[in-house]
Write a protein that binds this ligand. Sequence first.
Ligand code: ADP
Length: 494
Amino acid sequence: MALQVLSVASEAVPLVKTGGLADVVGALPAALAPHEVAMTTLLPGYPAVLGSLAGTAKGKRKPKPLHEWPSLLGEPARLLAGTLGVGGPPLLVLDCPALFGRDGGPYADPAGRDWDDNWRRYAAFGRAAADIGAGAVKGLAFDLVHAHDWQAAMTLAYLRFAPPPGAKVPPGVMTIHNMAFQGFYDGAVFPRLGLPQSAWAMDGVEYHGGVGMLKAGLEAAAAITTVSPTYALEIREREFGMGLEGLIRSRGDKVRGIVNGIDVAEWNPATDPALAANFTAKTLAKRAGNKRALEAEFGLAHEDGPLFIVVSRLTWQKGIDVLCEVLDHLVGLGGRLALLGSGDPALVAELEAAARRHPGRIALKIGYDEALSHRMQAGGDAILVPSRFEPCGLTQLYGLAYGCVPVVARTGGLADTVIDANLAALAVDAATGVQFAGVDYANLARAISRTVALYRQPDVWRRLQRAGMAADFSWKASGAAYAALYRELVGVPA
Ligand code: ADP
């Protein structure tokens, strides 16, 4: 019998995405299906998610609720069923218009300001998820609950401190996709969470006098995972643990790193419909068509020099401030840059200034554009990922799959997935990219110089591209690792 797992998250492709979390949550059900794990995903009922249900409700205009909460932390809510994408895996949606029926992003208003009741929105989401996971909804039974990031973390706290009456509480897995986002709120909200006083404890939801949602989930989880082995080690240290390093160390044997895969159906240069020219490792010459198309799309000069790309949230984490410092150097070496991203207005202004300084050589698209991100990976020569920390990182994996050589900081998942083009690795055709240690001007400038030098040796460059394209970052190994963990926790032999 397949293991029934409830995956609880605030975003999942193809319905709602602000970052890598959505790619991973969206890909997990298919990654686990070959391992006798049946995964159902629970999402908040944002307008886009509810809108998708109309299309999947088999002709019925209004999907029938599976369950109703007259008062979920004070608001009426219902549970609806659908699929994650047309013909996709099973989806549950928490329809609670007062909390999730809003314009803007999942976490912020249309002007980009975080909703000030996010604590209540995601506490209610966790409360409902705990009810569903523990079998309080007729017809749904789960062996295990898998919560992703702080927005889903309260699920495990409710299961631990306030399970539905008479429930058999399933074990919970807590996955950290980014330790920098913790869901930390004023202690004054605690009485409104509907938790018993016993939850207000050092090993409960209390965190430095406030409510720590990720912290509460980590304390309650039967196992903790993060999205790369290196990040699993890094978060034991102050620099990366963001205050939770002590907790992580204390739960040391329960923390493991499972690297994210990529959806190879979505990200395959041989079949990708977004590209001007499809190609494989054997037909790399065809990439030139994508490069020309990308130059035209960005208004960049047509030249033979290396075309760098960046697809990123524009934040301090991603090292975009250091990228700005190094752009004159990059152009001085004959490089060009096409950047797609959105985020910090101060960084956007700096990037715009660089683009004005270097017309035809540095060009930007500020915004979010999935199809363009595919075209960039297919047409760019190298993708820059100078992150100060990176739990896993997906854009370097897409780069590898598309022959867009990654140039990455040696941290987290970037360290685990890119093999530096040192002489030893080059000699055995193992190298797939360029790594540098320490995100500052000198180190990034040196990495870019090394990249340009490699690019100027076409034979070496092609070998780098081919080695990257041959690397397997499908979900095969990671799906098996999650399935093994679930079975261990549920006590079912594989
Ligand atoms: P994070 O989740 O920290 O933002 P990841 O590298 O794990 O970083 O995942 C980012 C995901 O979001 C990738 O799928 C990347 O292609 C995508 N992405 C980031 N910014 C944009 C953008 N402006 N337009 C399109 N896709 C983007």
